[in-house]
Design a protein around this ligand. Structure first.
Ligand SMILES: NC(=O)c1ccc[n+]([C@@H]2O[C@H](COP(=O)([O-])OP(=O)(O)OC[C@H]3O[C@@H](n4cnc5c(N)ncnc54)[C@H](O)[C@@H]3O)[C@@H](O)[C@H]2O)c1
Length: 332
């Protein structure tokens, strides 16, 4: 039996592929390489397919049968919030359409287990200290977040219709690298944005210093990508075990975070400490849609999947810095 990792050539997916291979699992990757890179999957079999294209359901079904797939881990999506506001139909087509094709193929090929990359973006702008899955109502404020919530609904409907066993992992702020060759290649999140500015000889930017937080900058919950990857293995093990799965993991969404809030200023200071560079920042106006604080309660994932983050901010930043320095835009 094998595990199909859809979007496995991307930043997070490649970490899961490597961990699965390290523990001896058979892994097949499906990816259109739109933002991923073939080199990231190592010697795992890579099937190049755009899951949102016409005919994709049939090719995915064939691949599932040929490789005796028993579980799917689904990362493949477009993930830029701003772009999703400008191109909503395309985001729905890619993220919702792609998932529809994947679920069609799974039902036809009788593949019954699925782990889905959801996001803290499903919550929108909650005004709470700690976000809980069952106490904080999801209210996404942009098409990207909407596609993730709809994805969860589609899996819940597939569970009712044909017995899909699924879990959604709602990632908070992912950063760092498990290996220096698997750093985040995109400049979309805070840590790569700061490193990108430093690489250009520019000062890092802070968007808003007048939030109601202790140092005035926004607070987020930073999760090491390797801890996040481990959470997928924990969910997979639970879903594959019929007894454990019925006890709690099936049909559930889990926050993947630490419960610890860290400010933008603290992250930038830590980058200064790891790199030895001057990280004096420029203060810019607030950006629309940035809530002051987004921190996960990790209680549910701890209770049900027995998963807990092992790495703190210094590990995250040190590993991100090492990965940046191993790449083509080395600083200094
Ligand atoms: N990185 C984050 O901070 C973060 C936070 C929350 C949720 N997520 C979600 O996690 C998942 C993975 O994110 P990532 O950071 O690794 O992004 P990524 O862009 O590095 O990875 C996505 C992968 O999916 C592939 N892909 C995209 N569209 C495809 C399509 N139509 N057909 C086939 N392959 C396709 C890309 O080529 C890429 O390899 C995404 O679903 C994203 O929305 C990411």
């Amino acid at each position: 039996m094998s595990i199909l990792v859809v979007g496995g050539a991307g930043y997070i997916g490649a970490h899961v592929v490597r961990l699965l291979q390290q523990r001896g699992e058979e892994v097949v990757v499906a990816d259109d390489l739109s933002t991923g890179q073939a080199a990231r999957v190592g010697d795992a079999l890579l099937i190049e397919v755009d899951i949102a294209a016409p005919g994709a359901a049939e090719s995915l079904e064939t691949a599932m049968r040929e490789h005796a797939v028993d579980s799917v881990i689904h990362f493949a999506a477009k993930k830029q919030v701003g772009e999703s506001v400008l191109r909503p139909a395309w985001y729905y087509q890619q993220n919702v359409g792609g998932l529809a094709n994947l679920l069609t193929a799974m039902e036809a090929a009788k593949v019954g287990t699925m782990i889905f990359s959801s996001s803290a973006a499903v919550y929108g702008m909650p005004d709470v200290e700690l976000i809980t899955e069952d106490g904080t109502e999801p209210r996404p404020i942009n098409p990207y977040g909407q596609t993730k919530l709809i994805g969860e609904w589609m899996m819940a409907a597939s569970e009712r219709a044909w017995g899909l066993r699924w879990s959604a992992l709602r990632y908070f702020n992912v950063a760092g690298a498990g290996w220096p060759d698997l750093g985040d290649p995109a400049v979309l999140n805070l840590v790569p944005m700061v490193l990108d500015r430093l690489a250009r000889g520019e000062r890092p930017r802070i968007f808003g210093e007048d939030y109601p937080t202790p140092d005035g900058s926004c607070i987020r919950d930073y999760i090491h990508v390797l801890d996040l990857a481990q959470a997928h293995l924990a969910a997979l093990d639970e879903l594959r075990d019929p007894v454990l799965a019925e006890e709690g993991a099936v049909g559930q969404a889990f926050n993947v975070g630490t419960g610890v809030g860290i400010s933008v200023k603290e992250v930038i200071e830590e980058i200064g400490a790891a790199s030895g560079l001057d990280v004096t920042a420029e203060i810019e106006p607030r950006r629309a849609g940035d809530p002051p604080r987004l921190v996960a309660s990790p209680e549910k994932i701890g209770d049900v999947l027995r998963w807990k983050a092992e790495h703190g901010l210094s590990d995250i930043i040190r590993s991100a810095w090492e990965a940046w320095q191993a790449g083509p835009r080395r600083i200094g």
